[in-house]
Design a protein around this ligand. Structure first.
Ligand code: AMP
Length: 413
């Protein structure tokens, strides 16, 4: 493949080039270099790219180019971008609008958790590109406020997360409403069997593009793992943020309740902190995110679902307060930092009970993540040994139970 280094070499129109220039993008990122020509050539795409690699522009720019080349007198929806979360929908929408500022292309966003009527009004004004979450899209389809029969381009953004969040049925229902003859672009940070299966149903002779090795973390993110007791994590988190004078830190928890409790405690420690998760209203999530972005809130505690797709420029530090249950989520989490070529730091706090989760992450990454102690926060070894013993006992009990069940089954055959 030839090495394209300038946007001007990518066969994009002047209005798009000037939008990109005004955003300060000097050169296309690797995913943009590869995806833009393929999309302009009308190919289906299966692209492995994490958020932060510039993947939104990688599909938005060529789609805007193709859509600007023809008119849309009957106001049909011509491109649909599906995203797993509301936050990602908003972000993709905002990026699209910025890239399209010098064109006539109309872009509308539709996601749940907010009133449907303003979306219907926006749709009625005419739309070329619709960015939507699957559930709300189907609400619109049922209400008759949208018609996908003339769709030309279908994009799945963060397809892996769409499957994780259980959108398979919704996706199948949507596919029944769109023309078979269309261009389909599938973006996914991670690839597993489920994604390959989905891609087989969706794509026709796709071009495969991978800018990072499969299931790897963003290249410039330094990963530190601290072994620490569970009950000292909160104190340590506040201490680290204060001692290092970090001004914008994204902290991950597994549960909504932990996110809320931790945010409250960190506020008591003198750090302005907000929590963001699925139980918060859309308004509250947006407000917290806006304050965090504006630097009014120093730490944002988020669950995996809420944080997926967040684009926060120059986010330097991510703290995994708890390791995720799903190992691939680790990649998504730490992909919040080290974006667009910046350096990033990802810190994981691992209690003895989480050793198994760390091993699973190491397997997915195919790397060893060395654990270290932070002076003053070393884990209580006696307790760790007790926890390990308990885990082993639990494991052997489970094995004994499984064995007994197996015997019982064999007997009953
Ligand atoms: P994305 O992966 O689409 O979420 O993009 C991540 C960040 O990279 C966003 O803040 C974009 O504005 C930025 N970005 C996208 N393309 C480029 C580029 N060619 N040069 C510099 N920044 C970019």
């Amino acid at each position: 493949m030839s090495t394209v280094t300038q946007f001007s070499e990518l066969a994009l129109s002047k209005p798009l080039l000037s939008a990109v220039k005004s955003l300060g993008y000097d050169q296309p990122t690797p995913i943009q270099q590869q995806a833009i020509p393929a999309i302009l050539a009308g190919k289906d795409l299966m692209a492995g790219a994490q958020t932060g690699t510039g993947k939104t522009a990688a599909f938005a720019l060529p789609l805007l180019q193709l859509l600007s080349e023809t008119s849309n007198p009957e106001n049909h929806i011509r491109a649909l971008v599906l995203t797993p979360t509301r936050e990602l929908a908003q972000q993709v929408y905002k990026s699209f609008v910025r890239y399209a500022e010098n064109t006539e292309v109309n872009i509308v966003v539709a996601y749940g958790g907010v009133s449907i009527n303003p979306q219907i009004e926006a749709l009625n004004k005419g739309v070329d590109v619709l960015v939507a979450t699957p559930g709300r899209l189907l609400d619109h389809v049922i209400k008759g406020s949208i018609n996908l029969s003339q769709l030309q381009h279908l994009v799945f953004d963060e397809a892996d997360r769409m499957l994780d969040l259980g959108f398979k049925d919704e996706i199948n229902r949507i596919l029944k409403r769109v023309p078979i003859n269309r261009q389909t672009l599938l973006f996914s940070a991670t690839f597993d069997d489920a994604i390959f299966k989905l891609s087989k149903n969706l794509l026709t002779e796709p071009e495969l593009i991978e800018v990072n090795e499969r299931n790897t973390t963003a290249a410039k993110v330094e990963q530190l793992v601290y072994s620490i007791d569970k009950n000292r994590k909160r104190e340590f988190t506040s201490h680290l943020i204060g001692a290092k004078n970090w001004q914008q830190v994204l902290v991950f928890t597994r549960k909504k309740q932990t996110a809320d409790e931790l945010a409250k405690e960190m506020c008591k420690d003198g750090l302005k902190t907000e929590a963001i998760h699925g139980d918060k209203s859309q308004g509250a999530r947006e407000k917290a995110l806006a304050e965090f972005k504006a630097g009014k809130v120093r730490a944002l505690v988020a669950t995996d679902v809420a944080a997926r797709g967040l684009d926060i420029a120059d986010l330097a530090v991510v703290i995994n307060y708890e390791l995720p249950f799903v190992a691939e989520d680790y990649i998504h989490r730490i992909g919040r930092t080290g974006r667009a070529g910046n350096d990033g730091l990802a810190i994981s706090l691992v209690s003895p009970q989480e050793e198994g989760l760390l091993t699973a992450i190491e397997k997915v990454l195919d790397t060893r993540l060395l654990q270290q102690w932070f002076p003053g926060y070393e884990p209580d070894l006696e307790k760790s040994l007790d926890a390990a013993k308990k885990q082993r006992r639990g494991g052997s009990k489970k094995r004994a139970r499984a064995k007994a069940l197996g015997n019982a089954k064999r007997k009953s055959r």
